[in-house]
Design a protein. Structure first.
Length: 87
């Protein structure tokens, strides 16, 4: 069985996904309960961090624009791609 990350839309094992708080906890997201929970892979969750977005689309655009700078190792834990240089 595979589940899908709501941000990058990749299908992966359930254990490689976490519940992201769409409105981050530090912005009061815990009070919103399940309506605020979004299934996300480790990398998308890591990139999003505690940033706050108005819409799902806005957060997805942000995450997708930054995914290229990271890689996922075998454990799904994100790391920075060291060879990437900004011109
Ligand atoms: Zn993802």
């Amino acid at each position: 069985m595979k589940w899908q990350c709501r941000y990058c839309e990749r299908w992966t094992e359930p254990k490689a996904l976490v519940y992201d708080h769409f409105i981050p906890r530090i912005h009061g997201g815990l009070k919103l309960g399940y309506a605020n929970k979004v299934l996300a892979c480790y990398l998308c969750n890591f990139i999003k961090g505690s940033l706050r977005f108005k819409t799902m689309e806005e957060s997805r655009t942000y995450i997708m624009s930054r995914r290229a700078f990271y890689h996922e190792n075998d454990t799904g834990i994100p790391g920075i791609v060291s060879e990437v240089r900004t011109a």
